[in-house]
Ligand binder design. Sequence first.
Ligand SMILES: [Fe+2]
Ligand SMILES: [Fe+2]
Length: 271
Amino acid sequence: MTTFDRITSLHTLPTLPANFARLISVLNDEQASLRDLEEIIRHDQSLAARIVSVANSPGFGYTGYINSLEQAMLLLGVDLIRSLSIGISIFQSFPLPPTVLKQMWAHAYSVGTMSSLLSRKIANADRGVAFLGGLLHDIGRIILLTLFPDGYSFRQDPEAIVPTEIERFQCSHAEAGHHFLKNLYVPDEVSESVLYHHSIDMSNQHRDIIACVYFAEGLMQILNTAFGGDGLWTDNHLNLFTVYGLGSKEIDELAAIVASQEAELMSFFKI
Ligand SMILES: [Fe+2]
Ligand SMILES: [Fe+2]
């Protein structure tokens, strides 16, 4: 059985919430309203509570102000709320130790926030999609860890991560995440931003969304944060960043936001 076959069999994860299929249909429906989404979330109290908690993080600019699901939905809007709901539901569905999930979520959430902030500066990049791509970018690491609990090393030198995965599992975490998400009917822009988040040069469509996630993953390495992970900021990142008209001013802005949300992230999974 190949790693890809094993990923396909993960779709029967017993813990994927009952409302997940409905969330995905809302994600794929341009016409979906806040009311549709609110109805789904109301049936999952832990999801609703987490959305309110995340909505108060500095990345969204309403710190300490949001205290109900209604307020979160009104202020953040349908795009960000549905991305958050899907990201949280997927993370919660993996039966991994809470400490691992917490670390992965903190990194994912930081990259998601950065990616959504970058989408405001990159034409043609939808904020909700950029956010979801960032939240899910490393879901393949969680998948590989779930499939190979004894063989997948969580802590590795960023430069060695992808080559080691390919050598051991014939599949990188980017490919694993893409395969998993494709079978969940997540929109192509999201699954492709996951597939190319370490290799934008291989992509041939959805470049602007992929760029948001690619930059966000790379920036985690140079910003002084506890939630760095597997990214590298290379000359290729810098050159492309310049092509988009971005520079050190934007990097300083992102660094300030990421630093201010660290405390929030530590308490999110309450571990
Ligand atoms: Fe990655
Ligand atoms: Fe990452």
